[in-house]
Design a protein around this ligand. Sequence first.
Ligand code: XMP
Length: 429
Amino acid sequence: MKQDMILILDLGSEENPRLAREIRALGVYSEIYPHDITQEELKALPNVRGIILNGGPNCVVDGVEIDAGDYVYNGSVPVLLAGVKGKHPWPTEAEERKAALSRFVFETCGAKTNWNMENFIADQVELIRRQVGDQKVLLALSGGVDSSVVAALLIKAIGKQLTCVHVNHGLLRKGEPEQVVAVFRDQMDANLVYVDAVDRFLDKLAGVADPEQKRKIIGAEFIRVFEEEARKLSGIRFLAQGTIYPDIIESGTKTVKAVKSHHNVGGLPEDLGFQLVEPLKMLFKDEVRACGVALGLPDSMVYRQPFPGPGLGVRCLGAITRDRLEALRESDAILREEFAAAGLAGKVWQYFTVVPDFKSVGVRDGARTFDWPVILRAVNTVDAMTATIEEVPWPVLGRITQRITGEVAGVNRVLYDLTPKPSGTIEWE
Ligand code: XMP
């Protein structure tokens, strides 16, 4: 590792991820460790220039007030106590916080601003080569931001020793499988196994209307398909995954309970016997995107809106049928095109269409129609726990309506969902 590091030891503050981000924003690398880091673990960390012991409301665990070992306080690097026992509060105002942090990081610790994507990529390339040697690595490449960036990084590090498996389950957005093939196989010359599993998934899902049942079937079938492909490729020792820092943080620390348990992509069974390669596990989402840009991935891949694992499957309401799925895919593509044209694409957190499983009466060319509606949804949120509605300009909604009713077969109405979360969830299923 080339970068200087400021270590944050977790003495029970929920603000540690924010603090790490603020230090990284100063151009200095930072990681969070538990308060009871051992002397050996501490010694093994490279280039530690300073330590922040950051305490807070969760500083009492099982009735005992937690603290770091003496070797942390008596070591050779500067130590800052923050937020401990309410004694050393952080400034709340952003500029003051930044100034206080800068003073510690640069003046007290003398850290250098060498945290940037070129150094990160150079480090990871070296670490990946060291970990993997001349062995082969497998990656489930969904085309989402995290798996795409992992793929690009591994291609740079080990080229054809990596095999990417892209499973098209028929529930991806328009153009996505094609983009994965174009970027990774054609441009980056990667080993890419493209699996057309569309019929297989849609057959399994036929007649299944319950949302959770649909999710289970999609998840289980994904694992089955991926496992089958993995078994066809002999001699693979390593599995790469797009685990990122928030996945690890949200799995819980010693002082903060798990928000959600982190399970690896697709929940692959351990008996496949792989060792994991997780080169993004210390990056926040914006850093993952910056890494993707630095590796030459297209913006349309790196700055994508969030897309759920079960994909269009939870937006084609009730039992999925191929004709409604097609109407969903086409209307979603129109919505995305029109949002991009109106300058909304980078501004709105998540926007998509939903096709319910009922019809209504309409009229076209003087004749009665009996077709599906398309529901538009566009929401903003910070953490997806709550969400507000984007006030899309009326003319934009009008254009989208005109295009969807004019271009998408089987659709005669367009509705705009005005429901914030709560009471609605972001997805309809
Ligand atoms: P809800 O609908 O719960 O969505 O308000 C919150 C965020 O999570 C995404 N979402 C999912 N992501 N698998 C995923 O990977 C799922 O089953 C799933 N369900 C919802 C949703 O798109 C939104 O960003």
